[in-house]
Design a binder for this molecule. Structure first.
Ligand code: PMT
Length: 412
């Protein structure tokens, strides 16, 4: 996991170097972001030498226009590329800025742009720590769900004895480790290889035209992301879509149903679970011409022939794989889903409620960010899953898939 280590300007800043080392010993990649005040206490070079990585110090650099642009977007990049941010020492000033959303340097701007786990290790003089303003600011950070590594009590640099001393680097590193583990998705798909199809297919009519459908690929890509996050190896065979490839997934880009069939068969042996979320064209033009057809005839008929049914072929070669199909129906969804389950020898069919949007309500099924489905299983269950984001629906599909497999194994 990548950790951004924010270093504030306090006498305890030198301990951040030990913290960087302790984090690296626990397997984290550490990128340091320092405030200008922190540089008064410890040099960026120390962190660069320890971590072997560039140390980030400035929101704007005046070296050149290019440098200025790249440093101006540094805070966004740091925020996006790290899952966890730990700030140690967090001074009273930094805590006040975090609490109130002030962003006037690289560290505070990065904090505002950051959406991951935040761990804060305060360090300051006892009176500053006890001040109602600091305590009110700390309460806001706690409310936000940040992990606070409480300061210890002892003799502070200012000669006062009391709370305010930065927690030991080992203690902070352990808190970071615990926070990172707590937020990690369960790895219940480790050891599985999921062969997944997504998106539409495009079936050429001639050199420039094709038949396709409204599938955006969002449902299939959400399953790929969820499965990869839960530890599966994912092979995603995708028709043409406008989506970024999910992280950590093996992508195979295809266009036609025939190409999709070939890619599925090429990877079938590796798969322990097959999920067919793609909307495959049922027909294609036999021998479509490579050139553009001229507009000469008054009427034109297309001679369509069926494409291979990939899911049915997978079902016939199923072995002990789990096979999950999709169904998009505008009629009797459950009956159709069950018919497809039997016909294509599947363990589960995900029936999409392809709705027409009501007033003020977005549609589900094709193209939408949300979905509502009915899961029809081999053991005869019909499980409605209410409208939720496609990622949440993906999580439920995978949960039920594992449960169906357990039930099937138990019944054998
Ligand atoms: O991509 P989105 O915009 O997010 O929308 C998601 C979706 C609605 C497209 C998706 O969730 C979905 O329902 N996909 C399957 C739609 C469909 O084509 O259903 P079908 O009834 O035509 O096919 C049934 C099953 O057989 C599907 O698993 C399909 O992949 C498979 N099939 C169909 C035809 C064919 N020639 N080969 C196949 O493998």
């Amino acid at each position: 996991m990548n950790v951004a280590l924010g270093v504030g300007g306090g006498i305890a800043a030198y301990k951040a170097a030990e913290l960087a080392r302790a984090l690296m010993e626990r397997g984290f990649t550490v990128d340091v972001v320092m405030t200008r005040a922190a540089e008064e206490f410890i040099r960026p070079l120390t962190f660069a030498a320890l971590t072997g990585r560039k140390v980030h110090t400035q929101l704007f650099s005046a070296a050149s226009a290019d440098d200025t642009l790249s440093s101006a977007i540094d805070h966004m990049r740091i925020a996006q590329e790290h899952e966890l941010m730990v700030v140690a020492p967090a001074t009273a000033d930094l805590i006040a800025k975090f609490a109130n959303g002030l962003a006037d340097d690289l560290l505070t701007t990065t904090y505002l742009a950051f959406t991951g786990i935040v761990v804060v290790a305060p360090a300051m003089n006892t009176s500053m720590w006890n001040h109602p303003a600091t305590q009110a600011n700390m309460a806001k950070l706690r409310e936000r769900g940040h992990v606070i590594v409480e300061p210890g009590e002892g003799l502070l640099a200012c000669g006062v004895i009391g709370p305010g001393r930065l927690a030991e680097p080992e203690v902070i590193a352990e808190a970071v480790l615990a926070a990172s583990r707590a937020k990690q998705p369960r790895q219940d798909l480790e050891g599985e290889t999921i062969l997944l199809t997504a998106g539409p297919t495009q079936e050429p009519i001639d050199g420039v035209r094709y038949i396709s459908n409204r599938s955006s690929g969002k449902m299939g890509y959400a399953i790929a992301e969820e499965a990869a996050a839960r530890g599966a190896r994912v092979v995603l065979i995708s028709g043409p879509v406008n989506l970024a490839p999910p992280k950590g997934v093996t992508m195979v880009a295809v266009r036609t149903a025939l190409e999709m069939r070939q890619a599925v068969m090429d990877h079938l042996n590796e798969a322990t679970i097959v999920i067919k979320a793609a909307a495959v064209a049922d027909y294609h033009v036999a021998n479509a011409p490579a050139q553009k057809v001229k507009k000469t005839a008054a009427r034109l008929s297309l001679d369509l022939e069926p494409t291979p049914d990939i899911l049915a072929e997978v079902g016939s070669k199923k072995g002990d794989r789990l096979v999950i199909g999709f169904a998009a129906e505008t009629g009797d969804l459950v009956a159709e889903a069950r018919r497809k389950l039997e016909q294509k020898n599947c363990d589960m069919i995900v029936g999409n409620v392809v709705s027409q949007p009501g007033a003020g309500e977005p549609a589900t099924g094709f193209e939408s960010d949300d979905n509502a489905v009915v899961l029809v299983t081999r053991s005869g269950e019909t499980i409605p899953v209410e409208r939720a984001s496609k990622r949440a629906i993906a999580a439920r599909i995978l949960d039920e898939a594992l449960r169906v497999r357990l039930a099937l194994h138990a019944s054998h």
